[in-house]
Design a protein around this ligand. Structure first.
Ligand SMILES: Nc1ncnc2c1ncn2[C@@H]1O[C@H](COP(=O)(O)OP(=O)(O)OP(=O)(O)O)[C@@H](O)[C@H]1O
Ligand SMILES: [Mg+2]
Length: 269
């Protein structure tokens, strides 16, 4: 089987803030079409790694290649804007701009292109809101008047505004009740089947992790200690993994996971 293409390739990445070492010698490849979930303890550097993948934060050492180019390559820097247009992000904090309506939040990335007329923008925004099951009656509302689940869905609509190839989801179901989490998970699965999406997700929610992940990368001891299927990760001996999965170990036999949860994404041989 041929090796699938790495849409993101991280090599020998280290991060240090002052005296604090966050990452040490991290290597990771995100395959085209997969949902890769990053897990790790609070403060282990998951959001920082996502920000580095997006070029919003520079690693202290090492390189991040995305869509075949590296951020440290001078000519590639010129193309950063283009990368942002090919990626959508649902941030962990501050999912929406509180001073903008739902409509204007989703319209923002489209307006920043300076290429589309207002009527085209209106059509696209309404289409994206429809994709995430937000009715047109909510378009003029302010974020403060929305429920937590609606905020996440509008934020997802904004992340999808430019039809990205790559979607970053940082704790997408945090703070949602189980029912809303489930509908968010279904929404991501539907979008994934309809669009040619590669997704990098951070979550500490087991249901989200099990339902969506093709592969899981575990950030512990400042390193990626294992990358693999749910079954492979569950069987890996590490104290963080034991405690993270303790509540589901009794529900499933690890050997069943990979078959049950695997999607159709191209996988490494
Ligand atoms: N720009 C920065 N300057 C200094 N320290 C930072 C900066 N960004 C992150 N850190 C520190 O790096 C560590 C990792 O932060 P990060 O937000 O990546 O963790 P996380 O794994 O996403 O945590 P959580 O699960 O709580 O969201 C933290 O100790 C944080 O305080
Ligand atoms: Mg975080």
């Amino acid at each position: 089987m041929t090796q699938p293409e790495c849409i993101i390739e991280i090599e020998a990445l280290s991060t240090q803030f002052g005296d604090q070492v966050v990452h040490r010698d991290i290597n990771l490849c995100v395959y085209h079409g997969e949902i890769l979930t990053l897990i790790g303890g609070s403060g282990s550097g998951k959001t920082t790694l996502l920000r580095q993948m997006l070029g919003l934060e520079e690693p202290t050492k090492g390189s991040v290649r995305i869509f075949g180019g590296a951020y440290d390559d001078a000519t590639f820097n010129l193309k950063k804007k283009n990368i942002h247009n090919r990626s959508g992000v649902l941030f962990q904090q501050g999912a929406l701009f509180s001073a903008l309506t739902v409509f204007d939040n989703v319209a923002l990335p489209l307006r920043e292109l300076h290429m589309l007329s207002e009527s085209m923008i209106r059509n696209l925004v309404m289409m994206k809101l429809d994709m995430v099951a937000i009715g047109p009656e909510h378009a003029d509302k302010m974020p403060a008047t929305l429920s937590g689940g609606m905020i996440k869905r509008v934020a997802l609509a904004r992340a999808l505004a430019l039809d990205p190839e790559l979607l970053f989801l940082d704790e997408p179901t945090a703070g949602l009740d189980p029912e809303l989490s489930e509908s968010f998970i279904e929404l991501v699965l539907t979008l994934r089947s309809e669009m040619d999406l590669t997704i990098v997700m951070v979550t500490h929610d087991l249901d989200t992790l099990v339902a969506l992940s093709d592969r899981i990368a575990v950030l512990a001891d400042k390193q990626i200690v294992i990358t693999g299927t749910l079954g492979e990760v569950c069987q890996f001996q590490h104290s963080f993994i034991t405690s993270f999965f303790k509540n589901i170990r009794h529900k499933f036999e690890p050997k069943n996971y990979s078959e049950q949860t695997w999607k159709t994404a191209p996988m490494p041989s």
